[in-house]
Design a protein around this ligand. Structure first.
Ligand code: ZN
Ligand code: ZN
Length: 124
């Protein structure tokens, strides 16, 4: 797991960083106020070519954007609280993709989807 936390571009496309000047923005990870520019992360809609497993129907994923301090640990703390797994091959980026984890309980893994290998999900 690297700690890269790059902002500003996704797939070479600049993401406009227009932020509200709002002093009450709080980090979704630790709950503390964010001084300066929050890091916003959006959870993509699930796009699956196959039929999703039955438990995934109606699974509620708040797409956000969620706002965090700029350290990746704050996003991971948020993900951990919600029981998400995190792909070891992924960085924390502005856009994260949810991946259904097969198993007894409904679980989601989060990945930036920028690697070609199989996901390697670990607790966030
Ligand atoms: Zn925080
Ligand atoms: Zn992955």
């Amino acid at each position: 797991m690297t700690s890269r936390f790059r902002g500003g571009e996704i797939y070479g496309i600049p993401i406009p960083t227009v932020f509200d000047e709002n002093n009450s923005i709080r980090c979704a990870g630790c709950g503390e106020p964010i001084v300066g520019t929050p890091f916003r992360i959006t959870i993509l809609d699930i796009v699956s070519p196959e039929a999703p497993p039955s438990w995934a129907v109606g699974a509620e994923l708040n797409p956000g954007p969620h706002q965090f301090h700029s350290e990746p640990g704050h996003f991971r703390a948020w993900a951990r609280k919600r029981g998400f797994l995190f792909c070891r091959l992924s960085d924390v980026r502005e856009i994260m993709r949810p991946v259904p984890i097969p198993g007894d309980a409904p679980r989601w893994g989060l990945c930036d989807g920028l690697h070609r290998q199989s996901h390697e999900f670990v607790p966030a």
